[in-house]
Design a protein around this ligand. Structure first.
Ligand SMILES: *Cc1c(COP(=O)(O)O)cnc(C)c1O
Length: 423
């Protein structure tokens, strides 16, 4: 199946007489005939459901669709993008370990890593996505367990050079984890370029309509844990909380990561997506291919409009020829990038705030990447916990406006920007 078809059909094949739409299994618990049957599930001897804190059939159908779209071997949904990124890293890094991460990442993820996960004893070294191979090399330590980046960074709009980061990660025997929220699998499939694990905030384009917070993790199945068994004891040595199962042996290269993440982290943290939200997510994904095409076409026209406007200081959009990341975008996502543009209004911070107040079609919202056009000033909102130096390192200057171009008629969007930029 092609991507557009997978958006509609992958993950769920109704049998004769079954519902055409995925069923919402709104049940916390599942019934068994014998204790022995249930025991097999607890021992991971059989697959099935016993408690929705760990797994739910509706969620798994939607995860299977995302798995097909990204070209992975196993996938799971989480309650949020934050939970997805936390799980993806914490599944292989623990107290005493170290992670190399791009400095151009979502503010919430930066905080998760730099504050909360540090408190758990995991060290992070942040590198510029534009670093040289030597600089990247220098960031690794003997206890490094993974490398993390965003395919298109929110809101810096830097494009990650997958091949450069994958080469370095693999040379050190660790996987590359990439948050692919902004381009979505419609525009970019990081696994094709050597990325091992893909994460998403499904809250953004995948949902697409501002209705449900959620996240997802997809494993490529390409990383050979057993070949680096000394680095990944959690996957390659027996789990005493599951009667001595060794995940990488029992579930193989394609299944070990997601099974461990479900059996241990979802069991202990319970960051599950509700089946109702998974249903909404699936509904969003059905129209994803059509929506992404429109988001990109609209954003391209808006970026070109802003670029020639006398009151606009600068525009960043990886789809614009001449943009710093245009070539990387052409290489890794030739059909389009995303609908998000960042730009600066002449006159700095206060002019930016005045401009935003005048908008009528574009709404001020912390949200991004959905059907509605919306704007945000990160320095005074989402990124306000960062110092000026950290803001600049994250690629988010104090005058930056993030404009998420929706799927309204582009003439209305441009007319609105035009009147707000006057004066
Ligand atoms: C929004 C976002 C997140 C966090 O996701 P939530 O669903 O809000 O928890 C992570 N990464 C990126 C790139 C995001 O845009």
């Amino acid at each position: 199946m092609k991507l557009e078809t997978k958006c509609i059909q992958a993950g769920y094949e109704p049998k004769n007489g079954e519902s055409r739409m995925i069923p919402i299994i709104q049940s916390t618990t599942f019934k068994y005939d014998t204790s022995e049957d249930m025991g097999k599930l607890f021992d991971l001897e059989a697959s099935g459901y016993f408690y929705t804190r760990l797994q739910n059939p509706t969620n798994d159908l939607v995860a299977a669709k995302l798995c097909a779209l990204e070209g992975g071997t196993a996938a799971m949904l989480t309650s949020s993008g934050q939970a997805a990124n936390f799980f993806a890293v914490f599944n292989i890094a623990q107290n005493g370990d170290h992670v190399v991460a791009s400095s151009a990442i979502y503010g919430g993820t930066f905080n998760l890593f730099n504050v909360t996960m540090r408190k758990m004893g995991i060290e992070f070294t942040f590198v510029s996505p534009d670093c040289t191979e030597e600089e990247l090399e220098a960031a690794f330590r003997p206890n490094t367990k993974c490398v993390f980046g965003e395919s298109i960074a929110n809101p810096a709009l830097t494009v990650l050079d997958f091949e450069k980061f994958a080469k370095a990660a693999h040379a050190h025997g660790v996987p590359l984890i990439v948050d692919n929220t902004f381009p979505t699998p419609i525009n970019c499939r990081p696994i094709e370029f050597g990325v091992d694990i893909v994460t998403h905030s499904t809250t953004k384009y995948l949902d697409g309509h501002d209705v449900g917070v959620g996240g997802a993790i997809i494993d490529s199945g390409n990383f050979d844990w057993m070949a680096h068994a000394d680095k990944f004891p959690g996957l390659c040595t027996p789990d005493e909380s599951y009667h001595g199962i060794t995940y990488a042996e029992k579930f193989g290269q394609g299944g070990a990561f997601i099974t461990k993440c479900t059996a241990q982290l979802m069991r202990d943290f319970g960051s599950i997506q509700s089946p109702q939200n998974a249903f909404y997510l699936n509904l969003g994904i059905e129209s994803l291919a059509v929506r992404m095409e429109r988001h990109c076409a609209n954003a391209q026209k808006v970026a070109e409009f802003l670029q020639q406007h006398e009151n606009v200081a600068w525009v960043t959009y990886p789809g614009l020829p001449g943009d710093k990341y245009y070539e990387l975008a052409q290489k890794y996502m030739p059909n389009g990038t995303c609908g998000v543009i960042s730009f600066g209004v002449k006159g700095g911070r206060s002019a930016a705030e005045d401009f935003m107040k005048k908008l009528k079609v574009g709404m001020i919202a912390t949200h991004v990447a959905d059907a509605h056009t919306c704007v945000l000033h990160p320095a005074s909102s989402t990124h306000r916990q960062l110092t000026d130096e950290e803001l600049i390192a994250a690629g988010v200057g104090p005058d930056l406006i993030r404009l998420s171009v929706g799927i309204e008629n582009v003439d209305d969007i441009i007319e609105d920007l035009e009147q707000a930029l006057k004066g």
